[in-house]
Design a protein around this ligand. Structure first.
Ligand SMILES: O=C(O)CCC(=O)C(=O)O
Ligand SMILES: [Fe+2]
Length: 361
């Protein structure tokens, strides 16, 4: 990551228009290489995201018994409701409330010998039928957008458009999040909406945020850079996840980000997390990294050595030999973020991960 001071804007229509495509692919490549975050405008799903946001105040105002009936504690797949204060990031409590959903109607895995992480793909818990239809429509609409985007990313790196298609997982994730206001008097401990992290469940995240603000990304100098809502309210914030970082050997790194809790208004956001194949092993990842990195032209980069170094020794937990495959690293992330759920469904892994400092951050 370089010392960027703002997040670039990529116009999706200009990527699709043959007249402007080449120029926009260059902007996309710079956003991917240098920042790891971008705004995506004119993507065509603006009315859907607007409609989804309009439902969130009522959804979160449902009686707590209704929300609690869908508590994530019921789900070995970490799908469902998380009340305020039940999630931890970077060892601190996040001041947010949320519903996690996954791609609906996946075939159930009945295989007794399936690896433990295959339980991450499971059934949703819906608080209302209206939420179910909204979630189904939302995920079904974001799958083609994210797939097309992934092909443009490949093209922007001078790779064939389908280069990353085989890494695509079967389950994407969607979250509806509420950040209630935390007045300054509530103390330093409560200013964390979500703590510093890299997204860890897949390839790219597509986030729809409201007009409140609070999302920040970390540049190489260690400065937190604001990612404010744009005047174009339909813009999505897109960022690289650890899965994409791993398959590109760190050439495209996942940028650390956080949300500072709002002081006086409620903030809502909706991230869609594009899934990655969970059976990828460390050697698959290393091979793909080598194969992809070799082809990415670094010539125009001002600092070729920096690029090579990143490609070789990126500190990605998904390239760590502590984990056999991506699904295992992903499961560890879920267990650390939602310790109560982890303890219930995966007691041995919970013990291992929570007693070894390596696993905690
Ligand atoms: O709410 C946001 O703006 C970001 C949320 C986020 O980073 C996450 O849930 O991974
Ligand atoms: Fe995130």
């Amino acid at each position: 990551m370089s010392n960027f001071t703002s997040v670039p804007i990529i116009d999706f229509q200009r990527l699709q228009d043959p007249e402007t495509k080449v120029e926009t692919l260059t902007q996309l490549r710079d956003a991917i290489f240098l920042v790891g975050f971008l705004y995506l405008t004119n993507h065509g799903l603006e009315s859907l995201t607007k409609r989804a946001h309009a439902t969130l105040p009522d959804l979160f105002s449902l009686p707590s018994e209704t929300k609690e009936r869908t508590n994530m504690i019921n789900s070995p797949s970490f799908l469902g409701y998380t009340h305020l204060g039940a999630e931890t990031t970077a060892l601190k409590t996040d001041m947010r409330e949320q519903f996690d959903f996954g791609t609906p109607n996946l075939p159930p895995s009945n295989n007794q010998t399936a690896p433990v992480w295959s339980r991450l793909e499971g059934q949703n818990q819906y608080p209302t039928p209206a939420t179910q239809s909204l979630v189904e429509e939302y995920i079904t609409s974001f799958i083609p957008l994210s797939n097309t985007f992934l092909q443009y990313v490949a093209e922007s790196l001078s790779l064939p458009p389908t280069t990353f298609d085989t890494y695509r997982g079967t389950m994407d994730r969607l979250k509806f999040i509420k950040y209630p206001p935390q007045p300054s008097s509530s103390g330093e401990n409560k200013s964390q909406g979500v703590g510093p992290h890299k997204d860890s469940t897949g390839l790219f995240t597509f986030l729809s945020q409201d007009t409140t603000g609070g999302l920040q990304v970390l540049n190489k100098r260690g400065d937190w850079i604001d990612v404010p809502p744009l005047e174009d309210e339909g813009a999505l914030v897109v960022n690289i996840q650890q899965g994409f970082e791993a398959i590109t050997g760190g050439v495209c790194s996942a940028t650390v980000h956080r949300v500072v809790a709002p002081k006086s208004t409620t903030r809502y956001s909706i991230p869609f997390f594009m899934g990655i194949r969970m059976d990828l092993t460390l050697s698959n990842l290393r091979d793909s990294a080598r194969h992809i990195v070799e082809k990415v032209p670094v010539g125009e980069w001002s600092d070729e050595d920096e690029m090579k170094r990143r490609a070789e020794d990126v500190p990605s937990e998904f390239l760590s030999d502590r984990f056999d495959c991506f699904g295992e690293a992903y499961l560890r992330n879920r267990i650390i973020s939602h310790p109560d759920v982890g303890k219930k469904w995966y007691p041995e892994l919970y013990e291992r991960y929570s007693s070894d400092p390596f696993y905690l951050y």
